[in-house]
Design a protein around this ligand. Structure first.
Ligand SMILES: [Zn+2]
Length: 322
């Protein structure tokens, strides 16, 4: 795979390196001062680039990305070209895969990897390496046929689609982080961040199930796109394994109410169920269980239209909800 560095990125990196090292700065001045006298602008530009490029390689800055990419042979074998560009800040560092159909049967797709790197990062690359290892493992997944990545058309209204996307992203990040940790690149800070994000996107699920469900994704050696998307769409399948799951847990925000089939953010709270309400809902939907939840609007309709009059306090939910 060919790796091209944008000239402005190389120049910025060398300028920055020169500011940290007076000897290098002096050398840079010596090499470039005479170039200002060149009258042909193209020749001048090329000469500057040759000086910066030479120093960039001599100082070994190109090796940072080369070695990181070598950790993912799938990227090296499937991607034809890699372009390194300047990122506006270290926080914006990322890798993006672009796939273009060529119409050529010999090589039907042209794949390019764009790496957005901040010029200061190559001098002290510890954080950069961590970021890029994550980015490259995501890219490797996308290139791996057994992962089966594709752009799906999600169903439901906009808030629901956003929620599924957020969940998918968090689950994929956890899957990536777990494999990186087993490769010897564990990162406690990232783990903490991911577990916060995990709780946020599965807000309505019981806190006592978070650790085991998180571990299930983190410890997995082989997951794929369909599995991650299924968990993002139907979190019950991710949270189901624990037999200690509390009864009557409402589904997550934006999930579909089983009674009206509308996406809802306002679930009837589990502790508000009365046996009578459960009975009247089950009369309309014989297979319905309180743990599937019901939106507040539906619950109010069932509770309020006088379809049942023997409303009782919620004394014995467990008997009904089995
Ligand atoms: Zn409803």
């Amino acid at each position: 795979m060919r790796i091209d560095y944008e000239p402005s990125f190389v120049e910025q990196t060398i300028f920055y390196a020169g500011r940290q090292d007076p000897k290098l700065e002096a050398e840079l001045h010596q090499a470039t001062d005479r170039l200002y006298g060149l009258t042909n602008p193209n020749e001048r530009e090329e000469s500057f680039q040759a000086v910066y490029g030479g120093l960039f390689r001599r100082l070994g800055y190109d090796g940072v990305i080369t070695r990181l990419l070598a950790e993912r042979p799938l990227i090296e074998s499937r991607v034809q070209r890699c372009i390194v560009r300047q990122a506006v800040s270290a926080k914006k560092e990322a890798a993006e895969l672009f796939v273009r159909d060529t119409g050529d049967p010999a090589q039907p797709q042209q794949r390019s990897l764009f790496i957005h790197a901040y010029h200061e990062s190559l001098l002290n690359p510890e954080l950069f390496r961590r970021r890029m290892r994550r980015e490259f493992l995501h890219v490797a997944d996308m290139l791996d046929e057994s992962f089966g990545y594709r752009k799906d058309t999600l169903l439901g209204n906009q808030p629901r689609r956003n929620l599924i996307r957020d969940r998918y992203r968090v689950l994929w990040d956890i899957y990536v982080e777990g494999r990186l940790s087993r490769e010897g690149h564990a990162d406690d800070k990232m783990m903490l961040l991911l577990s916060c994000q995990f709780e946020k996107v599965f807000l309505k699920y019981s806190a006592c199930l978070f650790p085991s469900s998180f571990e299930r994704v983190y410890r997995a050696d082989k997951l794929n796109h369909d599995q991650l998307l299924e968990w993002a769409t139907s979190p019950d399948l991710l949270f189901e394994r624990d037999p200690a799951a509390p009864r009557g847990t409402a589904p997550g925000p934006g999930e579909t109410c089983p009674a009206c089939n509308f996406s809802t953010f306002d679930w009837f709270a589990a502790d508000e169920y009365t046996p009578a309400l459960i009975a009247v809902v089950q009369k309309a939907f014989p297979k319905w269980q309180p743990r599937q939840g019901i939106c507040r609007q539906c619950a109010d309709i069932y509770a309020g239209t006088g379809r049942f009059s023997d409303r009782q306090p919620a004394t014995d939910l467990t008997e009904v909800d089995s």
